[in-house]
Design a protein. Structure first.
Length: 316
């Protein structure tokens, strides 16, 4: 068996692990909504199963990079979206529908196009000042997205915003993972320890944010958002900070913009599709009803009805 075939098989298994982890996370979020309890994923065995599946997917992805080129391995990671929908339909008996497949294929095709156009990585290492600036930037971006999510009333839109924050954390974690690998090879132990601390913090934040993104938002829209934002953030750091670029010069840059638009269109389709799911729509109604103060409910009744109600309550 050739190294290229081994790399492809590892990528397929890795995407399956990521998809199964996303389904497990969404199940935990749905169970928390049904219980009406506090948001405490750390107490649920299903969430720890999702963590184990995510670690397995990441490990297989790293091994696949050892057997195959980056230009092949990275685009195949986009298959997570395509795998997740039929797996959810199989295990949870959730119909995918034409809109779900259309959005998943658009998001996957756009992401694969972006990654295939990204130029080869360089061996330049991040300096200490660059690492500090990137850490501050990602923390500020995540904080801004969290504040924005608090302003969103619709659970699906809030889930997409939280998923974008999770993708940013995961993407920057990939950047620091590459930096840590370079530190290890160069025996720069003084820079390795801070990088590992940042990686642990970003990975933890990404897992918690991705878990929160599934709460009331379904599976497809948050998963596609994380899958897209993660490599886009890493690629953006490579272009802006490390001086990397797109293949084929200006034409490649224009094609990358078009691929990004296709991926964004897929996320929009999945967002509207998720908002139309019966379970999600029902959860939105429940959230809306809980936000209405009890004292204002009688104001919705007609004047005559209110008078009748008062008269009824004052009779002996």
């Amino acid at each position: 068996m050739s190294a290229l075939v081994v790399s492809v098989l590892l990528c397929l298994v890795s995407a399956g692990c990521y998809a199964a982890a996303a389904i497990a996370q969404e199940r935990v979020a749905a169970a928390e909504e049904d219980d009406g309890g506090a948001y405490l994923p750390l107490r649920r065995a299903g969430w720890w199963g999702a963590v184990a599946l995510t670690c397995a997917g990441a490990g297989l992805h790293v091994v696949a990079l050892a057997f195959g080129p980056l230009s092949l391995v990275q685009p195949l990671g986009a298959l997570t979206i395509v795998f997740a929908l039929p797996m959810a339909a199989l295990f949870d008996r959730r119909p995918v529908g034409a809109a779900g497949w259309r959005g998943a294929l658009l998001a996957t095709a756009g992401l694969a196009g972006l990654l295939s156009l990204t130029g080869p990585s360089r061996t330049e290492s991040l300096g200490s000042a660059q690492r500090t600036a990137l850490t501050v930037a990602v923390l500020a971006a995540v904080a801004a997205l969290l504040l924005l999510a608090r302003c969103m009333r619709r659970p699906v839109v809030r889930g997409v915003v939280l998923a974008a924050a999770a993708g940013a954390a995961f993407g920057m974690g990939s950047v620091f993972t590459k930096a840590a690998d370079e530190d290890l090879e160069a025996h720069r132990m003084s820079a390795l320890l801070p990088a590992l601390v940042v990686i642990a913090a970003l990975a933890t934040a990404g897992m918690l944010l991705s878990q929160a993104s599934y709460r009331g938002a379904g599976l497809a829209a948050p998963l596609s958002t994380v899958t897209i934002v993660n490599p886009v953030v890493a690629a953006a750091v490579g272009v802006v900070v490390l001086g990397e670029g797109f293949r084929y010069g200006l034409a490649g840059g224009l094609l990358a913009v078009a691929a990004g638009a296709v991926a964004a269109a897929g996320v929009v389709v999945l967002t509207y599709r998720s908002a139309g799911e019966p379970g999600v729509a029902a959860r939105e109604i429940v959230v809306t009803e809980h936000r209405v103060p009890a004292a204002r409910v009688p104001d919705r009744c007609p004047v005559g009805a209110r008078g009748t109600a008062r008269a009824t309550t004052t009779r002996p």
